[in-house]
Design a protein around this ligand. Structure first.
Ligand code: NAD
Length: 264
């Protein structure tokens, strides 16, 4: 379905971004990966996912807190594949502390990586998306927000502010392109067991002197009525839907996959 398209997925060396990159490659899209840590493992996984379609995989190590890096990453994607048709703004970090103890530099980092980076990548890919398809425009912008874009939780001021902001950005981008073939939507996961969440489970276990298993159970039962983690595969399938012809008039939504978290 996505053969010949190119997807740039930020923060895709791990967790949700990697799941979405795999799902898009399975549909035939070329993928530009981004993120820190091991690159060869994720590259091989995405390559294998897209093998049947001959989808190509590239990587750029932009630090999403740096505007010049983001510009360089978009230029690199265009040089490699012609243009970016699908942008998935996924890179994100978490920091947990009450507001009065929240280090200002952690606030700045969370806002830069979880919110401002999406603005910069979006403004850089939009002109080519708007010119695509003989000037009618085609593109998909998918912002990985969070259930924390819809509701708050104590100790997560920067994250909750960034994710609410990201949903606002999603709506404006959807409206500004509403008469074109470019859609912009947000995905709002509840708990997904990735390294970002494992750190919170480990901290809970250490703080309370309980096992990892008990801490995991507590984490889910506090917020997520299904008592189940959402998986990167499920989130990848939602991203594929947004990219499909059936998703062409889905515009500006913030779509939860949160086990009922925000329904409470
Ligand atoms: P993760 O820690 O597994 O992956 C984060 C990715 O972002 C990694 O590839 C990492 O290298 C990359 N990254 C971090 N800082 C970066 C930077 N400065 N520049 C470039 N890349 C950077 O986390 P995850 O759980 O997969 O989270 C992915 C997204 O999903 C985040 O935006 C997060 O807020 C959101 N989210 C996660 C959950 C969850 O429960 N895990 C829930 C809701 C939303």
């Amino acid at each position: 379905m996505l053969k010949g398209k190119t997807a740039l997925v930020t923060g895709s060396t791990s967790g949700i971004g990697l799941g979405i990159a795999r799902a898009l490659a399975q549909q035939g899209a070329n993928v530009v990966l981004n993120g820190f840590g091991d690159v060869e493992g994720p590259r091989a996984e995405v390559q294998a996912a897209g093998q049947a379609h001959g989808a190509k995989v590239a990587y750029h190590g932009a630090d999403m807190s740096r505007v010049a890096d983001i510009e360089d990453m978009v230029d690199y994607s265009v040089r490699n594949f012609g243009q970016v048709d699908i942008l998935v703004n996924n890179a994100g970090i978490q920091h947990v502390a009450p507001i009065q103890e929240f280090a200002p530099e952690r606030w700045d980092a969370v806002i830069a990586i979880n919110l401002s980076s999406a603005f910069h990548a979006t403004r850089l890919v939009l002109p080519a998306m708007q010119a695509a398809d003989n000037g009618r425009g085609w593109g998909r912008i998918i912002n990985v927000a969070s259930v924390h874009g819809l509701v708050g939780s104590a100790q997560k001021s920067a994250y909750v502010a960034a994710k609410h902001g990201l949903i606002g950005l999603t709506k404006v981008c959807a409206l500004e392109n509403a008469t074109t073939g470019i859609t912009c939507n947000a995905i709002c996961p509840g708990w997904v067991l990735t390294p970002l969440v494992q750190k919170q489970v480990d901290a809970k276990a250490a703080d309370q002197g309980i096992s990892i298993e008990e801490a995991t159970k507590q984490l889910l039962s506090e917020k997520e009525p299904s008592l189940q983690f959402t998986t990167p595969e499920e989130l990848g399938a939602l991203a594929v839907f947004f990219c499909s012809p059936a998703g062409a008039n889905v515009r500006g939504v913030a779509w939860n996959m949160d086990g009922g978290w925000a329904a409470q």
